[in-house]
Every structure is written in C-alpha cells, then in structure tokens.
Design a protein around this ligand. Structure first.
Ligand code: ADP
Length: 301
C-alpha cells in the first residue's frame, strides 16, 4: 500500500515508528508536512499539491496533526477525504476531539463518567461556576492547552476566583473542573485502536506536582485495566469517532472518569512503558480497513 503520514517532522519518535512499522510490513511510506500542502478546491476535481507535485494514489492517510495547526490540518484531511482517500483519523472526529467543550458535551451525552465540569462566558458567573463543581479545591483548564500547560490547581475559592479572573482578562477560554484528589497525581492512558485497548499505562506525576503528563516529568508504567475502565475507554473513542486515540482516565472513588480523548497520541511513552508494538498495530488496522471512499465524512464536517 502507498501510505501517507501527515506529520510536520519525520524525526519525531511516533512518525519514525510508523514509517518503520509500515516499511517492515512492505508498504510505501511517505511523510507529508501538512503546512507544505496546498489545495485546488474548485468543484469537481479536488486536488492536493506538495512542492510542485500532485499528491495522488494514496491507499491510506494517517494524520498526526499537532494542536497548533489543527485548523489547517483539518482542511488538508478534508481535502484528502474529498479525493476518496481513506483517512485513519477523519476530519470530523479530529475536530470533535480538539474542541474540549464539544468533546465533553458528547461524552456526557453518552453518559460516560466525567469530572464535574462547568463553563461560562460572563465574569458575573464566577462564584456559581465554582459552586457547580462543588467548591475548592478545583482545577481550571485552558481550552487551548496541551501537555498540561494551562492546567491550574486552585486550593481555595479565593485562589480559584483569582485564576478565573486572570484567564478572563486574557480573553482565554477555560473550563472549571472538580479536582479528583483520590487519583493521587496519576492518570491512565489507554491506547485504543479500532474498538480495542491495545496498550495502557499509568502515568504518575513527579513529587509536588498533580499533573501526570510525561512532558512535565511524570513517569509511566504498565497497568492492568478493570473491565469497566476498558469499556469506558472504548466507548469514549467510539463517541469521538476515532479509530485510533489515546483516552486519558482518572481513577476516582466513583469509577473511571474521562479527562480527554487525544486524536494524535504519542507513541514513545506508551511503547516504552508497555513494550507493545503500537505502531505495528496501527498499520495492521489500516491494512484491514483502508478502502477507497470508505471515509465516512468525505470532507463534510
Ligand atoms: P492536557 O490536555 O494539557 O494534558 P489534562 O486535562 O490532561 O491537560 O490535564 C493534565 C494532567 O493534570 C492530567 O494528566 C492529570 O494528571 C491532571 N488533572 C487534570 N484534570 C484533573 C482533575 N480534574 N483532577 C485531578 N487531576 C487532574
């Protein structure tokens, strides 16, 4: 198969691993920087160009779109969808998962466990926002944040009010969330491919930190999931419509709570902690599922 990986940097671990796994399995792998793609969107003959060459004949496209280039990345994926190419991560699914509010609303609609979360536009609602999640301690999260940046733990109501006011002053969108203390600075990353959890790791924050992101010095180890956790992760991925995703779960006293469904999960941490060939599993899924014109959304979203 001729497979495109949409990635800005071929040296990134995840990109390298996908190229390696695809090549090993006999595929022709191409790494394409989405920011260097340009498009002809006149009706009838949607095309994508890359450094003077028309991109065509791909059996499958594996998008790995960074958060900072979501908007343009979505346009490139939609264009591939319009040409009939099979996209492992569909534009609509990526769009859902990148919009934190929309993602939480969809998950709550399906009745999946979530930390109590509130959101408002107007400053006059600050006190009520805090009350809705059960008071302090609480977490305030920037909607645009990644890798734990813009996630603040406010220990008291006063601190929470100050953080909320500061974010509002900066005109930033944010969520207010109950703090799941019993998670003890750990969360669980479930790597879900095609309705199955293929690898799971527990990430634990470093001393004095509550955010367990590996980018923030957290450590990772293999973890055994309960059947409920497994079901929750699979259902969360399905709710987003993602064939591959990293579902982050907090273990709480009322069961698993979903924090986020990541549409371009990094492979380095999870392959390292679990010794599983996740890249190979992704390519295997593509082999089984890629058919022309199979992408459901076809550039609609
Ligand atoms: P990002 O998407 O930037 O990684 P997250 O929402 O995943 O932000 O939060 C980063 C980390 O902070 C999580 O991995 C988790 O360890 C911790 N965390 C986030 N929200 C909560 C919460 N409501 N209660 C307890 N810990 C939390």
């Amino acid at each position: 198969m001729k497979i495109a990986i949409l990635s800005r940097n071929r040296r990134l671990y995840s990109t390298r691993r996908l190229v390696e796994a695809g090549t090993e399995r006999g595929h022709e792998m191409h790494v394409i920087d989405i920011l260097k793609c340009y498009m002809d969107i006149t009706p009838g003959n949607p095309t994508i160009w890359y450094m003077g060459e028309k991109l065509e004949g791909f059996d499958a496209v594996i998008p790995r779109i960074g958060a900072s280039v979501t908007h343009y990345g979505l346009a490139v994926i939609r264009q591939f969808e319009m040409t009939g190419a099979y996209c492992l991560t569909e534009s609509v699914a990526l769009g859902r998962s990148r919009d934190k509010l929309r993602a939480l609303q969809l998950l709550s609609r399906k009745g999946l466990g979530l930390p109590k979360t509130s959101f408002a536009y107007n400053v006059h609602n600050t006190k009520d926002l805090i009350k809705l999640v059960g008071g302090a301690p609480l977490v305030v999260k920037l909607c645009e944040g990644t890798q734990g940046r813009g996630v603040v733990l406010a220990e008291t109501v006063k601190a929470a009010e100050s953080v909320i006011e500061a974010f509002r002053e900066l005109r930033a969108e944010f969520l207010v969330q109950e703090f799941i203390k019993e998670a003890g600075g750990s969360d669980i990353r479930c790597l879900v491919i095609g309705g199955k959890v293929v690898a799971a790791m527990q990430r634990t924050a470093m001393e004095g930190e509550f955010r367990s992101n590996l980018h923030r010095g957290g450590s990772a180890k293999l973890v055994k999931l309960t059947p409920t956790e497994r079901r929750t992760a699979v259902k969360a991925a399905q709710t987003m419509g993602l064939h591959i995703s990293g579902v982050d779960i907090l273990r709480s006293s009322r069961g698993p709570l979903i924090m986020e469904v990541n549409s371009s999960p990094g492979l380095e941490g999870i392959e390292g902690a679990t010794q599983k060939d996740v890249a190979g599993a992704i390519i295997a899924f593509v082999e089984e599922n890629a058919r022309p014109n199979k992408t459901r959304t076809r550039g609609k979203g």
